[in-house]
Design a protein around this ligand. Structure first.
Ligand SMILES: *Cc1c(COP(=O)(O)O)cnc(C)c1O
Length: 382
C-alpha cells in the first residue's frame, strides 16, 4: 500500500465498523483461569490501543516492530538501555539537546562512554573502539541541518559490529526511511511531525530485528515509559494527515528559503543539503525532500530581541513539526545544555534562529518575517 493508504488503513476498522479505533483505557484484564492468560494482562506490558499505534508507525517506517513511548527522550533512553557496562557510543556533535544531556550525564554514571564526531561523514576506523555498540545519527542535524550519509555510516558501523540508530524526527517516514538505508533502529520524537498538532508528547522506536525488538519491548515494560492509550489515540489520528501536512509545510519552507536568501538582514541560511554540494547530493539520494525546518543567522548589526518581538504569526517557542510556525533561539533554548565550546563547534551562535514552518498561508509567513527582519536592523522599536 502507498504511504497515505497505510496512514489511514494500517489499522482496520473496529468490530462495529468504526473508522476511528476505540481507546482501551483498562489497566488490568480478567484472566480465564489460573496459568491461562489472554493477550492482554496489564497495561504497562500490552494494550490494544498502543498495539494499534505501534502497528501504524512501524508500517509507515517500513519496519516489522514498532514501540511507542511517553516522549522522544523516553524512546531514545530505551534504545540506549541496550548498552551494557563499558560500551561506547559515537554520536554526531549536534545531536538533539536532550540526547546530548543523556549521553554526557547518564552514560558516565553507567560506566558507558561516548564520543562526539563533528561530521559523521568523516567517520574513520580510528573513531571506533572494540567496545563501540551504537552509532547514533541525526540527519539532518538540529539546528544547522547537516546531512549524514546513512548508508555509508551504516557500512562502517556494521564492519565494526556496531548498531546504527537514526533519529528520524526531522524528516519523518514520509521523506526518509533509514531502515532501508541500513539503519538497525529508528527513533522519533512523535511530539513533532507525527503528532503534528502541538498537543502530544510521544516517542517511537522501530526496528526490523527480532532480537532488538525483544530488548526494546523489555525496556518498554521494565522502564515503564510506554505511551498512554489516550495519547496513542492522538498519535493514530495525527499520522493520518502526516503526508498532507508535510507536503504543505515543505512547500512553504521552499518558498521561505527563496525569500530569506534575498534578505540583507540574513547572514546565513541553513537547510538540509545547504552546507555543500556533497551534502545536497546525499540528501537528494537518501531522502524525498528537505523537510520543514530552516535556521537563519542574522547579520551582526541585527538585534535578535527586536526580531523576535516584531513577529506576530511565528510563535517564539521550542519544538517543531506542528501545523503552527515557531521560531526558537537554539543557543539559549534547545541547546542550553551544550558547553560553550561544543555549541561553537556545532555552529550554534547567539544570532542563530531556528524556524519550524507550519501550514499557514505562505504570504502571511513572508510578511511576518519581513516585518521582523526590518525591525531587527531598524535601530528604534518596531
Ligand atoms: C524533540 C526531539 C527529541 C526529543 O523528543 P521529546 O518528545 O521532546 O522527548 C529528540 N530528537 C529530536 C531530533 C527532537 O527534535
Amino acid at each position: 500500500m502507498e504511504f497515505n493508504t497505510l496512514a489511514i488503513h494500517a489499522i482496520p476498522n473496529g468490530p462495529l465498523g468504526e473508522v476511528v479505533p476505540a481507546i482501551h483505557l483498562a489497566t488490568t484484564y480478567g484472566q480465564p483461569a489460573n496459568e491461562e492468560f489472554t493477550d492482554f494482562v496489564y497495561q504497562r506490558g500490552n494494550n490494544p490501543t498502543r498495539n494499534n499505534a505501534e502497528k501504524v508507525v512501524a508500517a509507515l517506517e517500513g519496519g516489522r516492530h514498532g514501540f511507542v513511548f511517553g516522549s522522544g527522550m523516553a524512546a531514545t533512553a530505551a534504545v540506549l538501555s541496550l548498552l551494557t557496562s563499558g560500551q561506547h557510543v559515537i554520536a554526531s556533535a549536534s545531536v538533539y539537546g536532550g540526547t546530548y544531556r543523556f549521553l554526557t550525564n547518564e552514560l558516565p554514571r553507567r560506566n558507558q562512554h561516548y564520543t562526539f564526531v563533528n561530521d559523521l561523514n568523516t567517520l574513520t576506523d580510528a573513531d571506533f573502539r572494540d567496545t563501540t555498540r551504537i552509532v547514533f545519527i541525526e540527519t539532518p542535524t538540529n539546528p544547522t541541518l547537516e546531512v549524514a550519509d546513512i548508508r555509508a555510516i551504516a557500512d562502517k558501523a556494521h564492519a565494526h559490529g556496531a548498531l546504527v540508530v537514526v533519529d528520524n524526527t526531522f524528516l519523518t517516514p514520509y521523506l526518509q526511511n533509514p531502515l532501508d538505508l541500513g539503519a538497525d533502529i529508528v527513533v522519533h520524537s512523535a511530539t513533532k511531525f507525527l503528532g503534528g498538532h502541538g498537543d502530544l508528547l510521544a516517542g517511537v522506536v522501530i526496528t526490523n530485528d527480532d532480537g532488538l525488538a525483544e530488548e526494546i519491548a523489555f525496556a518498554q515494560n521494565t522502564l515503564g515509559a510506554g505511551l498512554s492509550p489516550s495519547d496513542c489515540y492522538r498519535l493514530i489520528q495525527g499520522v493520518k494527515t502526516l503526508a498532507l501536512r508535510i507536503e504543505r509545510q515543505e512547500e512553504n519552507t521552499r518558498a521561505l528559503i527563496d525569500f530569506l536568501r534575498a534578505r540583507p538582514e540574513v547572514a546565513k541560511i541553513y537547510y538540509a543539503g545547504s552546507k555543500s554540494e556533497a551534502e545536497a547530493e546525499i540528501q537528494a539520494r537518501q531522502a524525498r525532500g528537505i523537510g520543514a525546518v530552516v535556521s537563519i543567522e542574522l547579520v551582526e548589526q541585527a538585534d535578535v530581541e527586536r526580531f523576535l518581538s516584531a513577529l506576530e504569526i511565528f510563535t517564539f517557542a521550542v519544538s517543531l513539526g506542528g501545523v503552527e510556525s515557531l521560531v526558537c533561539r537554539s543557543y539559549t533554548m534547545t541547546h542550553e545544555s551544550f558547553s560553550p565550546e561544543d555549541a561553537a563547534e556545532a555552529g550554534i551562535t547567539p544570532r542563530l534562529l531556528r524556524l519550524a514552518i507550519g501550514v499557514e498561508g505562505v504570504e502571511d509567513l513572508k510578511a511576518d518575517l519581513d516585518r521582523a527582519l526590518r525591525a531587527s536592523v531598524s535601530g528604534g522599536g518596531a
